[in-house]
Write a protein that binds this ligand. Structure first.
Ligand SMILES: *Cc1c(COP(=O)(O)O)cnc(C)c1O
Length: 495
């Protein structure tokens, strides 16, 4: 019997020529497909001969292609089927395994659906960029572009010139510079302004962001000497004043982006810190983190310090990310007094931290949207998501449900529920934004498996689990992705 099965395993060439596999050549290089076919066939041979197959894991019930459903603990579909003598070795069926193998083994960065409700999800690429920004990347980067050339004279020009003007116009700053991300912006600013000098910062602001950005470590790396003042919950202006010596090079304020201290707290306003800096001729820098250009307070959310209001205090330098509340591509902006920005531009580190034309094209297009305030909340996806009315999410929930069969709805116990979205990306910590979600749970498949299958979809769908239920938050889902979610859920039920 086993020998018969082994004999009926198709050859690599047979599979390569089958229509199901030929279709894959649009998506994967032929070499990878051949590798995948070999691996799948070898695994089948191994499994049939009862040795442990390489693909055991991918062929068992964890995958959306493993129909018919198998029992918990089943070592593998192929083995299970072999024993019941009904093994399906048709190219159609095997091509599914080949596809699955290719997807698992050779997946690069790909489009994903964010149904987590976390708007700035660093794992999912933080801010999705506006349409115009994506178009601009297409238009400009397919050929040559005027990255560093002056059209009028034909002479070499500055890479940052246009974007600097735009940043100044929007923020009110005298000068600006763009680097790779905000961590780079902070590093460059500290290296330029405070290397070898004492930098005074409140203990409550020695933050860690995203696990790899720790303010004290970045300060040390830049050569600034860290002088902590105040306590975790309270810092007064006199704390800074008393710490100033002839070695002081900088007064630093950092936005507590991803946490909130509540209760008896005291922090020093930027305005007061700037006055102290002026009085003692010491520059003041503010790491804003999020870099909101529009105050979320305007739409009923808590106040977030905007770049404009910070610049207005007369602060020497502010730094902020361009892929957080600003809603653009990854980048970091340094803006403020021309005297300091000019110094930063001359720092050799600037060359190492400089951005490419991709960033400049996308950031310029995003920033231009801020020149028309009425349109920003519509055209910048991050802002559109933050300010989306409940009806939008409700509508999407209804559309997903209307596209599903009654069987699926019953199998998954699907319902519309209320809950909360989060800003993420170290912005508006603790703030819960009311939303509408799809909730599902099944007696047959546990929640972990459902989310794993959703991740295995093409494109992968990311959801969250709360109290054994799978939740799909419609706030971060694009209208065009609604059908894909419905189809993915249908497929899970059928598998
Ligand atoms: C997010 C953040 C950073 C790091 O910014 P990246 O753009 O992720 O490098 C630094 N400081 C603060 C206060 C932040 O919120």
């Amino acid at each position: 019997m086993r020998q018969d099965i082994i004999r009926s395993i198709p050859s690599v060439n047979e599979l390569l020529e089958s229509p199901e596999i030929s279709k894959l050549t649009d998506r994967y290089p032929r070499r990878l497909i051949v590798d995948a076919i070999r691996a799948v066939l070898e695994d089948i041979r191994q499994t049939v001969t009862h040795k442990k197959g390489m693909l055991q894991h991918s062929l068992n019930c964890d995958t959306s292609y493993s129909s018919p459903p198998c029992e918990e603990g089943d070592p593998g579909v192929v083995k299970g089927l072999a024993e019941t003598q009904k093994i399906d070795l048709s190219p159609q069926r095997l091509s599914l395994f080949v596809q699955q193998y290719l997807r698992q083994k050779f997946c690069g960065i790909e489009h994903a659906i964010n149904a987590t409700g976390i708007i700035l999800h660093t794992g999912l690429g933080r801010a999705p960029i506006p349409d115009v920004a994506a178009q601009q990347i297409q238009n400009i980067l397919k050929g040559f572009c005027t990255l560093e050339i002056e059209k009028n004279t034909g002479r070499r020009g500055g890479r940052y010139h246009h974007i600097e003007q735009l940043i100044c116009m929007i923020t009110g700053a005298e000068a600006a510079l763009v680097v790779n991300n905000n961590a780079a912006a902070v590093l460059l600013a500290l290296d330029t302004m405070a290397r070898g000098k004492e930098t005074i910062i409140s203990r409550s602001q020695l933050v860690e962001i995203g696990g790899s950005f720790r303010m004290p470590d970045v300060m040390t790396r830049s050569g600034a000497i860290l002088i902590e003042v105040g306590t975790t919950n309270k810092t007064y202006l006199t704390d800074y004043r008393n710490a100033i010596t002839e070695r002081t090079g900088l007064l630093l304020k950092v936005h507590q982006s991803n946490f909130k201290i509540v209760g008896f707290t005291e922090t020093v306003d930027l305005k007061d810190l700037v006055s102290l800096g002026k009085e003692r001729s010491i520059p003041v820098m503010y790491d804003l983190g999020s870099g909101a250009l529009i105050d979320p307070e305007r739409f009923g959310l808590p106040h977030e310090p905007t770049v404009q209001e910070s610049i207005k205090t007369g602060v020497d330098i502010v730094t902020f990310s361009t892929d957080k509340l600003l809603g653009g591509p990854q980048g970091g902006i340094i803006a403020g007094k021309k005297k300091w920005v000019d110094l930063l531009k001359r720092n050799p580190l600037t060359r190492a931290l400089r951005v490419g034309k991709l960033t400049i094209a996308a950031l310029e297009a995003t920033l231009k949207l801020y020149l028309e305030e009425d349109l920003v909340t519509e055209k910048i996806p991050v802002l559109a998501m933050i300010f989306a009315p409940l009806e939008t999410m409700e509508e999407r929930c209804k559309r997903v449900m209307s596209r599903m069969t009654p069987e699926t709805k019953a199998f998954m116990n699907i319902s519309r529920v209320e809950g909360f979205s989060e800003m993420g990306g170290g912005s508006l910590p603790g703030e819960r934004i009311p939303t509408k979600l799809i909730s599902l749970h099944s007696e047959k498949i546990n929640a972990d498996k459902i989310v794993a299958q959703l991740r295995g979809n093409t494109p992968p769908i990311f959801a969250r689990i709360e109290q054994e239920r799978v939740l799909l938050d419609m706030r971060t889902v694009y209208d065009a992705e609604v059908d894909t979610i419905a189809i993915a859920l249908e497929n899970i039920c059928r598998s």
